[in-house]
Design a protein around this ligand. Sequence first.
Ligand code: PGA
Length: 253
Amino acid sequence: MRKPLIFGNWKMNLDMKQSDDLVRSLLGVKIDYRVVDVGVAPDFCSLASVVKTIKDMGVPISVAAQNMSAEEKGAYTGEVSADMILSTGADTVILGHSERRNLYGETDEVINLKVRQALRLKLNVILCVGELLEEREANVAVEKVLYQLSMGLNGVDTDGVQDVTLAYEPVWAIGTGKTATPADAQEMHAAIRGQLSKLYGPVIARKLRILYGGSVKPDNIGALMLREDVDGALVGGASLNAGDFVKLINFNN
Ligand code: PGA
């Protein structure tokens, strides 16, 4: 059985104090961490502080960076390396988010270099894939997503892939209030798991978690999570509100 994972992606919305306050608001709330894994992805500047706050709270919340350089170190002004992320105490990095792909021109090749670099340094990866609206309308969504998946994992071996979580985020559903239907999400998640099975075998494919992302809210998470291959959610907007984030984490209650 795959344990559900609810991950908040705070994007460029909260400063250090706001990030700390939001994570602290989870203290004193009833969350059964034995049945659900929780993670947050603050901005780079807040990583160390959020890690410390979580440590002080004594709760098992994972902390992710939202991006990372593919380079190890050197003259790359403005970039942040895997080692630097690890030095904050963060354990995970989100790679291939559609905002990185579409607003900053990250290609599948660059994303693959980042994935391999993160895994080499033992940073867990959340690899995002997802089709554009015109690709869904042209009936090439599955093809596009499986291509991104294979490219993103190119050169990643059976050991490495065990530190990867997949996130299917249809681009047309991110921040738009439009969610894929649970059936659409399930269809894509099953296709992703099928491809993982081809690449790494059925045993590993069954173990890997596939999150859904794109306008996940307290009122739609239940139906999504009922689907066999939906193992959790990567949540932007709704994770910025403490009350909603807690409801998402406790989707099963
Ligand atoms: P959203 O963002 O929940 O605001 O749609 C999801 C994401 O981009 O990860």
